[in-house]
Design a protein around this ligand. Structure first.
Ligand SMILES: *[C@@H]1O[C@H](CO)[C@@H](O)[C@H](O)[C@H]1NC(C)=O
Ligand SMILES: *[C@@H]1O[C@H](CO)[C@@H](O)[C@H](O)[C@H]1NC(C)=O
Length: 421
């Protein structure tokens, strides 16, 4: 009898617990890296207020519409290390494996540096983490951070420059690099190209791969000097040569740790970023949008409608359909971090409060899948509820019956007798 109540309690308790898990939201952070896998926008690691490197993995479910003040967050398998200032790329070969490269890696939830690997591999289908074996890895890359990798359609990843990180207590605690490292994920082979040409920027830039094979490096810095936004360095992934594009149009303020996305018509949209003072402290966080046309190399600042996102730096951005999605980041110089997401409709440069899946033919398909999922979800929910009610009623009935028997049992009748009845 008692066990029945335990089961009832367990069901009620676990359904409550399940509900709490569903409502989970990530805490504010910055310096994470993000990658879009299908309809899931993953966020890896980041620094949690005040400065604890996180090993958490969260994803935003973009398969159905939502109000951006209550984003559909889900947590996934934590990383083997705490992680910040790194970069991630989706494999174009299987469209499901994510490679995390470089970054500061920490023994989870501590401030102890982990130097185990520069590459971690996440299987988004099984949510499993592995450390891949890499041929010809260049050990000077270990702990390289404040970088942004791009990957071409054959699976070759290009990772430029960055800084390394030696220790929180050693001064100077970093060196700057301007080498080009590549990782071919089809053979897992590493190679490093030392720059013969003078390359100005070093880290905290954004890297955007155009369809013509050119990587466009925007912004970034070397120590306290920042890249000129009108002199844009590009790297040709076919000839392995650098060149500078002189951009005209609106003057855009120098910055680092901003974000950039590429539209289908070859525009790079950037948001936010920051400048530091000479001691490396955040001194100004930006909240502007600028658009670089990579056909004409002209900067413009579009007129924007809607409620602007706050100043953001060390956040991340992704383009999904017609939305530029910004996530997390520092909102001020006083190390205030956010866990909000912001969405810009890039068709008319409007900040939106609702994420609406565009109604294209493809989308309608996934919409109907979603409603099927929703009905299955509701079905399971109703099923569990009915089960709980039935169990409760059965329990109540048995309890009452037993109680009645106890009352009518004549004194001296043994328990065993009653059960036999
Ligand atoms: C989104 O949610 C917020 C907070 O609950 C609410 O104030 C706002 O009206 C909602 N927006 C829409 C478009 O439903
Ligand atoms: C922007 O475009 C979307 C459709 O793409 C539309 O729903 C919205 O009303 C437009 N907003 C403004 C301010 O024009």
């Amino acid at each position: 009898m008692k066990s029945l109540y335990y089961i009832l309690f367990l069901i009620i308790f676990s359904s409550r617990y399940f509900f709490i898990i569903c409502q989970n939201v990530p805490s504010p952070r910055r310096e994470q890296t993000s990658t879009l896998v299908g309809t899931k926008l993953y966020f890896f690691g980041g620094n949690i207020s005040p400065t604890l490197p996180s090993n958490e993995v969260w994803y935003l479910d973009l398969s159905s519409s939502f109000n951006i003040s209550t984003p559909p967050w889900h947590s996934s398998t934590v990383m083997p290390v705490g992680y910040n200032f790194g970069t991630s790329c989706l494999s174009p070969i299987d469209n499901s494996t994510v490679f995390l490269v470089g970054g500061r890696t920490w023994i989870a939830n501590t401030f102890d540096y982990s130097n185990i690997s520069s590459v971690y591999q996440f299987n988004s289908k099984t949510s499993q983490w592995t450390i891949p074996a890499i041929n010809n890895f260049n050990s000077s890359f270990l702990s390289r951070n404040m970088i942004q990798a791009v990957i071409d359609k054959n699976g070759k990843m290009f990772i430029f420059g960055g800084t390394n990180f030696i220790s929180l207590t050693v001064t100077p605690n970093s060196t700057f690099y301007n080498d080009m490292n590549t990782l071919d994920i089809s053979t897992m082979t590493w190679s490093t190209q030392i720059q013969s040409q003078s390359v100005l920027i070093y880290y905290a830039y954004t890297a955007t791969l155009l369809s013509n094979g050119l990587i466009v490096y925007i912004g970034g810095r070397r120590g306290s000097s920042y890249a000129n936004m009108a002199q844009i360095q590009t790297f040709d992934t076919k000839s392995y040569t650098w060149s500078t594009k002189f951009a005209s149009g609106t003057t855009i303020a120098s910055r680092g740790s901003h974000s950039a996305v590429l539209t289908q018509d070859g525009n790079i949209i950037i948001y936010g970023g920051s400048t530091d003072d000479s001691s490396g402290k955040l001194s100004y966080v930006l909240s502007d949008i600028a658009v670089l046309n990579t056909n004409s190399w002209v900067w413009t600042v579009p007129s924007i409608s809607g409620i602007n996102a706050p100043p953001l730096t060390e956040h991340s951005a992704a383009l999904y359909k017609n939305y530029m999605i910004l996530g997390f980041g520092a909102t001020s110089t006083s190390a205030l971090y956010t866990n909000n997401i912001y969405m810009l409709d890039i068709q008319n440069y409007t900040w939106v409060t609702t994420f609406n899946i565009p109604t294209t033919t493809n989308q309608e398909q996934s919409n109907s899948n979603n409603s099927a999922n929703l009905y299955i979800g509701i079905g399971i929910g109703v099923g569990v509820f009915i089960l709980v009610v039935v169990l409760f009623v059965v329990g109540l009935f048995i309890y009452k019956n037993r109680h009645k028997q106890e009352i009518i049992a004549t004194p001296g009748t043994s328990k065993d007798d009653r059960i036999l009845k």
